[in-house]
Structures are given as structure tokens and as C-alpha cells.
Design a protein around this ligand. Structure first.
Ligand SMILES: C[S@@+](CC[C@H](N)C(=O)[O-])C[C@H]1O[C@@H](n2cnc3c(N)ncnc32)[C@H](O)[C@@H]1O
Length: 211
């Protein structure tokens, strides 16, 4: 079962979490027939390239209960849905500017019984809510992304150890992150596969953006 790949790296999953991860293959397979949410060539490696990749964030940050997390440009639900399965006591708001992708997020979340996901159709820069963390994967260049974060963090709740941005990136980041105080975590330290050789989690705490 492909969900075994997830158990290999996250051995403390509950039965419910294992079932939820297991169901994703069929659900995304069905949705991909109707709407192209995941590139078709990647469907065979859904668990590695999308689910485990999304969970790279969980190797860097363990979200405490009641943490509010925003996933900007979630597409079909990455990294938000895998993280919401892994952290059932945190709340995840998944936003995308394309309505049909948000339909997929809503349907998949409902089908696996996720109670901690809110799916929003809209542009991230227009969202007025406040969060503790922002996560994202493959949406835009960091300087643009940082502008979208204005007003997204509660000032009085801001604690640099417990708030910030976790961004999944590939390739060379030196130019994009020039002048920023970023911590970079190489995912091949956590996951044993060629796919992760160039993949990283960029962690930005306050000081890099106008909260
Ligand atoms: C390349 S896809 C990545 C989707 C997903 N994060 C993933 O890794 O599979 C980028 C997504 O960002 C969304 N997007 C782009 N600009 C946005 C904005 N300003 N607000 C919300 N979503 C946006 C697009 O609609 C698209 O679904």
C-alpha cells in the first residue's frame, strides 16, 4: 500500500490517519480524471512527490494544538491536506485563486473526514484573517510571496520561535533569498529518495516580512 511510505517516515500514525492517507490515492485519481489538479505523470508517485514532500514541513516544525496555519496557493491541497491529516489538532486554511481546485480541496477533505480544514476560494493577498504560520509550495518567488503576508500575523501572538513561514522550494535559492534571514532544511536529510535531493524547506521567521 503506498501509504506505507508515509508510515516509514512517520511511524506514530493512528489507524485513522493511515486510513486517511490511504484514501488519497483513489480520491485524487478520480478528481484528476475530471480536473487536472496534479500533473498526470506525477499521479504514479503521488505519495512521494506530493504527500511526503508536503510532510517535509512536519520534519521541520511540529504544529502545537490550536495552531492556525494558512496554506497559500494550495492547488489541490498541497501541502495543506497532508499536514491537516498529520496535525488533527491544528487548524488549516487552504486558499487558492482557482475555484475548481478549491472544490477538490473541499471534496477530498470531506471524503476523508477532515474537520480541521477550511477551503477558501480567493487571492491570498486579500484574505483578512490572522494566522500563526503560513505554508506554501511552488506558488511564486519569495519577494512577491512576502508582500502577500502583510497583515497575516497577529502582532501580539508573534513569537519568532513559534510563528513564521515554511516554504517548500527546489533548486538554487541564493538569488531569491538574498538579504533574508532564512533557515534552510534539506529534505534529503529526512527522506531517502533521489526525488528529495534538491528539495528544501525554507523557514523564515519575523524580520523578513512585515507582519
Ligand atoms: C503551481 S500551483 C501549486 C499548487 C500546490 N501548492 C502544489 O504544490 O501542488 C500554484 C497555485 O497557486 C495559486 N495561486 C497563484 N497566485 C495566487 C494568489 N495570489 N492567491 C491564491 N492562490 C494563488 C494558483 O491558482 C495555483 O493553484
Amino acid at each position: 500500500m503506498p501509504a506505507e511510505l508515509i508510515e516509514k517516515y512517520f511511524p506514530n500514525l493512528t489507524e485513522q490517519q493511515i486510513e486517511q492517507f490511504s484514501k488519497l490515492e483513489e480520491l485524487y485519481g478520480e478528481w484528476n480524471e475530471k480536473i487536472n489538479v496534479i500533473s498526470r505523470k506525477d499521479m504514479d508517485s503521488l505519495y512521494e512527490k506530493h504527500i511526503l514532500h508536503s510532510l517535509g514541513i512536519a520534519k521541520v516544525m511540529e504544529f502545537a494544538p490550536n495552531t492556525k496555519v494558512l496554506d497559500i496557493g494550495t492547488g489541490g491541497g498541497f501541502p495543506g491536506i497532508p499536514l491537516a491529516i498529520l496535525f488533527p489538532h491544528s487548524h488549516f486554511t487552504l486558499i487558492d485563486s482557482i475555484g475548481k481546485k478549491i472544490t477538490v480541496v473541499k471534496e477530498v477533505s470531506q471524503a476523508i473526514g477532515l474537520k480541521n480544514v477550511t477551503a477558501v476560494h480567493g487571492r491570498a493577498e486579500n484574505l483578512k484573517e490572522k494566522f500563526h504560520f503560513v505554508v506554501s509550495r511552488a506558488v511564486t518567488q519569495m519577494p512577491v510571496f512576502l508582500r502577500w503576508l502583510k497583515g497575516k500575523f497577529e502582532k501580539e501572538q508573534f513569537n519568532p520561535k513559534h510563528n513564521g513561514v515554511l516554504y517548500l522550494k527546489g533548486g538554487d535559492l541564493s538569488e531569491e533569498l538574498a538579504g533574508m534571514k532564512a533557515e534552510i532544511f534539506e529534505l534529503n536529510k529526512f527522506f531517502d529518495s533521489e526525488f528529495f535531493e534538491t528539495k528544501k524547506v525554507v523557514y523564515l521567521s519575523k524580520g523578513n516580512f512585515n507582519s
